[in-house]
Design a binder for this molecule. Structure first.
Ligand code: NDP
Length: 437
């Protein structure tokens, strides 16, 4: 870790992610010296390459703006680089490197042939017109297209990049390269997208919680659940929880948290989706228009629950929040977001022995279904909703089985160990096969 810290000064998110992996994988490596001799972990922690470029675009009044664009190609030992694009003012090299690093292990867990990457920009789509977002996306893709391709690197969405942005990005790639290929995932169903892809991360996170509970002979029916965020992952987490008979008590965004005391209804969820996806508004306005209990600048973690689904952003759940959740009886945490729990919070959950599904396992359903979109694009076929959902459920079961295989300690499953070691082994073995490079 100290040499990693020296080489990556100030990259706190990346170092946090690397430390979690190192803590779990190094004991395993100690029993398997071939990985140590080939310095596999050090090699995975160093991206294959990092692209950093200027994105210049014009607003509706003709004003010129300059943003930064990035693509991190972390590791392609088991398949083309694969990972989302994030557009948010908080984006920097450290955030994207942590996400790209996590992606390597997550993609390996899915059982599909995908390497790890991530990219994005400090551009903020909020408050921009559709035309401004289009001009930004076109400028971003004009540079990015040099570095990606259906067999090289296949980006997707993430925070701030949904169906609208993927449309503008894919359209520009198609125009510049004159080819219609599966170079991006999260596309619309009429132009190469997969059914269930928008739902997949949220559904997958719920399926993972269901698998952890089943392993103990329980299920989600009747469970009280808190969900953070109200974007793509949160919306479909809430939807699947309702289908499985659970009660959803909260949703949140940057403005604060809505407490649905009697449980979120399907009608309320549809209205939230419209407000966030079409109106692109804040929950504070939705709550006041609908007479709902709203807590400004608050997160959901103080609401008593059985299960928590942190589904917004990294480090949104700290040690105090973890303590409060445990004191209130929470015993299942399934991370829909990437690294939403701080290192201290994750350790607290681990020590408490609750069912804690770390993001690289629990939210792997999103990228797995992106992998299924790539398969359908290669086959030039589209699978039905039922077919994709069945495959997604099968993949989440496999991810869970891998965690059980590598994470069982004294009869209980440590999902942090299971996900990190299980994700590492496949990538490490491929790298050994390739020799020193
Ligand atoms: P969206 O942009 O659709 O939604 C993000 C949500 O998080 C919004 O409700 C947003 O609030 C909230 N949020 C973002 N930043 C903050 C912050 N600093 N404080 C409080 N709330 C915040 O993104 P997604 O749902 O796609 O992604 C959510 C998480 O899931 C991310 O960590 C992402 O990396 C992860 N993930 C996503 C996958 C996917 O398929 N989309 C796949 C795997 C992981 P507001 O509406 O106010 O902006």
């Amino acid at each position: 870790m100290s040499s990693l810290e020296q080489r990556n000064p100030g990259q706190s998110e990346f170092l946090q992610a690397a430390k979690e992996v190192a803590e779990k994988v190094i004991p395993y490596i100690n029993d398997h010296p071939e990985y140590e001799e080939a310095r596999i972990l050090e090699r995975i922690a160093e991206p294959d390459r990092v692209f950093h470029f200027r994105v210049t675009w014009e607003d509706d009044k003709g004003g010129v703006h300059v943003n930064r664009g990035y693509r991190i190609q972390q590791n392609n030992a088991i398949g083309p680089y694969k990972g989302g694009l994030r557009f948010d003012p908080s984006v920097n090299l450290s955030v994207l490197k942590f996400l790209a690093f996590e992606q390597v292990f997550k993609n390996s867990l899915t059982t599909l042939p995908m390497g790890g990457g991530k990219g994005g920009s400090d551009f903020d789509p909020k408050g921009k017109s559709d035309s401004e977002v289009m001009r930004f996306c076109q400028s971003f893709m004009t540079e990015l297209q040099r570095h990606i391709g259906a067999d090289t690197d296949v980006p997707a969405g993430d925070i701030g990049v949904g169906g609208r942005e993927i449309g503008f990005l894919f359209g520009q790639y198609k125009r510049l390269r004159n080819e219609f290929t599966g170079v991006l995932t999260g596309k619309g169903v009429g132009w190469g997208g997969s059914l269930i892809r928008p739902e997949a991360t949220g559904y997958g996170s719920v399926y993972f919680a269901q698998e952890m509970l089943r392993h103990r002979g329980e299920d989600l029916d009747g469970k009280k659940c808190v969900v953070s965020g109200s974007g793509n992952v949160s919306q479909y987490t809430a939807e699947k929880l309702l289908t499985l008979g659970a009660t959803v008590l909260t949703l949140s965004d940057r403005s604060g948290m809505i407490h649905f005391k009697d449980g979120l209804t399907e009608e309320q969820l549809a209205a939230v989706m419209h407000h966030k996806n079409k109106v692109r508004g804040a929950l504070v306005d939705f709550a006041s228009a609908n007479g709902l209990e709203f807590h400004a600048d608050k997160k959901p973690w103080s609401v008593p629950c059985d299960c928590a689904f942190p589904s917004a952003v990294q480090n949104e759940l700290d040690d105090d929040d973890a303590k409060t959740l445990l004191e209130n009886g929470c015993y299942v945490v399934s991370e829909g977001a990437n690294m939403p729990s701080t290192a201290e919070a994750a350790h607290r959950f681990e020590q408490a022995g609750i069912l804690f599904g770390p993001g690289k396992a629990a939210n792997a359903g999103g990228v797995a279904t992106s992998g299924l979109e790539m398969s359908q694009n290669s086959l030039r076929l589209s699978w039905s909703r039922e077919e994709v959902d069945k495959r997604l459920q099968g993949i989440m079961r496999s991810v869970h089985e891998t965690c059980v295989e590598y994470g069982t300690e004294n009869g209980t499953v440590n999902y942090i160990t299971g996900a990190n070691v299980g994700g590492f082994v496949k990538v490490a073995n491929a790298m050994l096969a390739y020799g020193v490079m």
